[in-house]
Design a protein. Structure first.
Length: 132
């Protein structure tokens, strides 16, 4: 979309290129992680990740198994951040109850549940393979 030469950009990030764009994007990502840290669920999952990701390198017997163990933990963090983003956007729209808002929040919550089940399944399979 071409912008009129006299019109101010709505989002300055859209005008950046190269390393400047990457640098600013990194700042936005770090701000998102800080915002996520303010959420209890994300904080609990992040603390668990600090233990589980190093444990993945000990438990994994191949690089693929190690990658799956670590990725299943990171997946939970990613989905939790996305769910929090959905909830935040819905809450910005308004505090009143609406069926579509409830559906969006419920689907975000279901995504977190599925990521947690994936994490548990991958880890149980790895533990079973090693000691079962």
């Amino acid at each position: 979309m071409k912008q009129h030469p006299y019109q101010e950009p709505v989002n300055a990030q859209k005008q950046r290129a190269g390393l400047s764009r990457i640098w600013h994007a990194l700042g936005y990502s770090l701000a998102g992680l800080r915002a996520g840290w303010g959420e209890t669920a994300f904080r609990q999952e992040a603390v668990a990740a600090l233990v589980l990701i190093p444990l993945a390198f000990w438990l994994g017997q191949t690089w693929v198994e190690t990658a799956l163990l670590a990725a299943s933990v990171v997946l939970v963090l990613v989905v939790e951040l996305l769910n929090t983003g959905i909830e935040t956007a819905i809450d910005r729209i308004g505090p009143e109850w609406h069926d579509l808002s409830k559906r969006a929040k419920d689907m975000g919550s279901a995504a977190v549940l599925l990521s947690l089940l994936t994490w548990a399944g991958v880890w149980l399979a790895a533990i079973w393979t090693r000691w079962g």
